[in-house]
Design a protein around this ligand. Structure first.
Ligand SMILES: C[S@@+](CC[C@H](N)C(=O)[O-])C[C@H]1O[C@@H](n2cnc3c(N)ncnc32)[C@H](O)[C@@H]1O
Length: 229
């Protein structure tokens, strides 16, 4: 089985699992807290670089169910300036029906777009689903090809984990910098280990969640904002 087939099967299984979709639902206070923390960090990073989404052409690589689309729209993007790409036809169908954003079924490693055709390219927990090094390199190269010089990359993914899932591989900061050599990055760490925050919220209550945000050792994800030289 090749890497593309493996990823497609993995997400078919995942979307069919009520336990997994339930765990990641915003109905979970810990998941909602992590999403809200990420939104705050992203908006602060965009503001620090004076990035105004209103006129930008945005590509979401591995957009999946389009969960991020309402965020871009809320942050100022026009639906017509957004495009989502994913390997999964079923996920794209859901995203297009729900949010009215254009989507294309394609691999991030072979993007069907012209060079320098986007101002902002986003990847949100996609590289950790790609375990094959060559596919990671090709996807990074394609993201850079379609991004205009001076354009930005927005990155959110796990840099460490306690999980031993063979379908999940973290992406350390050094690897990101190696994959995107022509990009100047700034990074923040965020998202306390969800296995811990879910339990803490159940046992102690909602007040424990902002308290755990202060423990840097529990943080599992990197938020990167990079500019292409
Ligand atoms: C964990 S989900 C994240 C989805 C979305 N970015 C979000 O934040 O909700 C990972 C998504 O990446 C897609 N994906 C993984 N590898 C890909 C690749 N090489 N090209 C396109 N999509 C890919 C999967 O099909 C899946 O929908």
């Amino acid at each position: 089985m090749d890497e593309i087939e493996r990823i497609q099967r993995r997400y078919e299984e995942r979307d069919a699992s009520a336990a997994l979709t339930g765990f990641w639902s915003l109905g979970s206070p810990a998941v909602l807290h992590a999403a809200q923390e990420r939104e705050r960090v992203v908006l602060a990073a965009l503001k620090a670089r004076a990035i105004d989404l209103r006129a930008l052409r945005v590509l979401d690589v591995g957009c999946g169910l389009g969960v991020e689309f309402p965020n871009y729209l809320r942050w100022g993007s026009a639906a017509a300036n957004l495009v989502g790409v994913d390997l999964s036809h079923a996920r794209l169908l859901h995203a297009a029906r729900r949010f009215g954003v254009p989507v294309v079924q394609a691999s991030g490693a072979a993007l069907p777009f012209a060079d320098a055709s986007f101002d902002l390219v986003v990847q949100n927990v996609v590289f950790s689903s790609i375990v094959d090094d060559s596919m990671r390199r090709k996807t990074a190269a394609e993201m850079l090809r379609v991004l205009r010089p001076g354009g930005h990359l927005l990155w959110y993914d796990a840099f460490r984990t306690r999980s031993s899932d063979p379908h999940f591989r973290t992406v350390p900061r050094a690897e990101i910098c190696g994959l995107f050599e022509s990009v100047d990055w700034s990074f923040d760490t965020l998202t306390s280990d969800l296995g811990i925050t879910v339990r803490a919220q159940r046992w102690l209550g909602d007040w424990s969640l902002p308290l755990l945000d202060g423990c840097r050792v529990l943080r599992t994800h990197l938020l990167g904002l990079g500019v292409k030289r």
